[in-house]
Design a binder for this molecule. Structure first.
Ligand code: ATP
Ligand code: MG
Length: 162
């Protein structure tokens, strides 16, 4: 069984990791879609798709996965077919995002609703906010993300953009 998980991963954090581990308990392999892949160096999307891919690849062990980049199309009506053109066949979409759930269901895809894990802390917005505020954020991401953040000077980038 192949599960699809789509996110922006700005940056890849422990909520994403828990979500992928949740799906991996039911699926044989995970297809990870990096959304808004054309974006980088903005407040909401500081990291490029290549950088986000490195964070994910450095953080996942013992999980079979493949990563695909999904640029924005800004058209909900054709978004699912746009995603399907990029990624291989999948069995279920794992998501807790309402619009994504609605669009995939409408397109006839199987959707598995997932829980949020410590959403108050495990959130891209919260991590970017903490970095800007000079607060501790390092405990909210896996080791792999931390390593890549250091290599690409991710903290400094977020501060410059903010
Ligand atoms: P941002 O605040 O930048 O939007 P985010 O934390 O919401 O970041 P996304 O990359 O937008 O992360 O989300 C990717 C997917 O991961 C979405 O389906 C989202 O609901 C899910 N997700 C994000 N955080 C968690 C979490 N703490 N627990 C479970 N799922 C999560
Ligand atoms: Mg989000």
């Amino acid at each position: 069984m192949r599960a699809l998980i789509i996110g922006r991963f700005q940056p890849f954090h422990l909520g994403h990791l828990r979500l992928i581990e949740f799906a991996a308990r039911e699926a044989d392999s995970i297809i990870i879609g990096i959304g808004s892949s054309q974006e980088s160096n903005t407040r909401e999307n500081p990291f490029s798709a290549a950088e986000r891919r490195r964070m994910i690849e450095s953080s996942l062990a013992e999980i079979t996965f493949e990563i695909f980049e999904i640029p924005d199309i800004n058209n909900n009506e054709i978004w699912v077919s746009h995603v399907k053109e990029i990624i291989p066949e999948f069995d279920s979409v794992y998501t807790n995002a309402e619009l994504e759930r609605h669009l995939f269901k409408e397109a006839g895809c199987k959707v598995r609703e997932t829980p949020f894990f410590d959403r108050g802390n495990y959130s891209g917005t919260e991590i970017r906010r903490r970095i800007l505020a000079g607060e501790v954020w390092e405990d909210l991401v896996p080791e792999g993300t931390l390593k890549v953040m250091e290599e690409i000077k991710g903290e400094a980038r977020i501060r410059e953009l903010g």
